[in-house]
Design a protein around this ligand. Sequence first.
Ligand SMILES: NC(=O)c1ccc[n+]([C@@H]2O[C@H](COP(=O)([O-])OP(=O)(O)OC[C@H]3O[C@@H](n4cnc5c(N)ncnc54)[C@H](OP(=O)(O)O)[C@@H]3O)[C@@H](O)[C@H]2O)c1
Length: 259
Amino acid sequence: MTSRNYLSELFSLDGRVALVTGGSSGIGRAIAGALARAGASVVIVARKEPELAATVAELTADGCRAAWVSADLSTRDGVRAAADKAAAVFGEPDILVNSAGINLRPPMGELSEEVWDATMAVNLEAPYVLGQRFGPGMAERGFGRIIHITSQQAHRAFVQSGAYGVSKGALESLARSQAEAWSPHGVTCNTLVPGFVMTPLNVRLSSDPDKVAALAERTMVGRNGLAEDFAGAAVFLAGRGSGYVTGQAIFVDGGLSVH
Ligand SMILES: NC(=O)c1ccc[n+]([C@@H]2O[C@H](COP(=O)([O-])OP(=O)(O)OC[C@H]3O[C@@H](n4cnc5c(N)ncnc54)[C@H](OP(=O)(O)O)[C@@H]3O)[C@@H](O)[C@H]2O)c1
């Protein structure tokens, strides 16, 4: 066996179908690109059409198979409709990545029920509804990969974690419940845990050079995260080679969480 064939057995996503929420920006966009370049047919879901179209155009130009669905994942009906539309493109997904997320940041004392509900809807309920929609089918087919993007705030408070940290903590619990249900049928469910990543989500913090430098100092690698840092871990979790890894929270944070 050549090394190329060996690597392909472990990591190739040829013939797989992936759905990536939030695939038009930041971490989700990098993961969508990684899965597509590893061979998967990828459907990305988010709201803004220009960003969706630009991402798909870039991937298609690179020889990848990709498509987009514009949808608002802040209501359960919206999520269900998005799931049906996405599955109609290349078929039912083998790989589901939940990267769409919002961080509204009011401190706990000022947190309104509207912000709480909005945060839970996008960060927690959408992944739950998508899991219910696609998990059983993956289990029936004997292969599936569910990957959630959580946060260091699932593990500790950080810059007004408010509702956001709660939603991410629950998302890690959701991954464990899903893993318990579907791992016996070949469906692994894990989370990737970012530290501080330079994306549009945290533009307020990442546009302050002093804060950026102070946060980089807290990592072991000596810099903040980039969206591209998630490519390798996502391909690993999406492929055959990670079949015995399930229910786990895998930190991709330059050592921030252990420093
Ligand atoms: N950046 C960090 O430092 C960091 C740290 C820890 C965890 N994370 C997590 O990583 C994930 C990705 O974050 P990011 O930094 O890559 O953020 P980002 O660049 O802001 O991307 C967020 C994505 O989610 C989509 N989205 C947001 N609300 C949506 C809705 N209601 N319906 C559909 N799509 C929606 C956005 O597209 P539209 O706006 O077009 O809908 C966009 O594609 C999030 O779950 C975030 O919580 C990020």
